[in-house]
Design a binder for this molecule. Sequence first.
Ligand code: HEM
Length: 116
Amino acid sequence: MEIVYNLVVVLHLVGMAIIVGGYIAVLRAPKILPGMWHGALTQLVTGLALVGMRESGAVDGEEPLNHAKIGVKLVVALVVAVLVFRGRKRTDVPAGTVHAIGGLALLNVLVAAVWE
Ligand code: HEM
């Protein structure tokens, strides 16, 4: 099961790269790229899959999950997904919305890396 868990972690990192990389690519001319929607969905699906595998005891050698941290990440990821979904077919998305998407995705990276 460890190999499956590690592969889902890789997908989780790819989803993060799609959102954060997409945001950095449009920093000077803010807009929502179609891939950002796929990245946001990837984060929700793979994040919940990681939690499921950890909580079910299917993965050995991992510490117990911090539920407060996971709860914060889930709420932040849901806000990112809603913002991307609502703006994904529009050409007049305010720059602030795009910065909120990129900033919140980066906030989740910070939470993942810094919060024990
Ligand atoms: C924009 C959304 C998100 C971003 C950018 C993000 C980013 C990251 C990053 C960078 C890692 C570190 C991977 C590692 O080296 O171990 C990680 C781990 C993880 N994420 Fe996410 N994540 C997001 C959403 C979610 C969601 C919605 C969940 C679950 C509800 C979740 C659950 C997890 C879990 C369980 C881990 C591995 C355990 C840990 O390190 O705490 N993530 N995430």
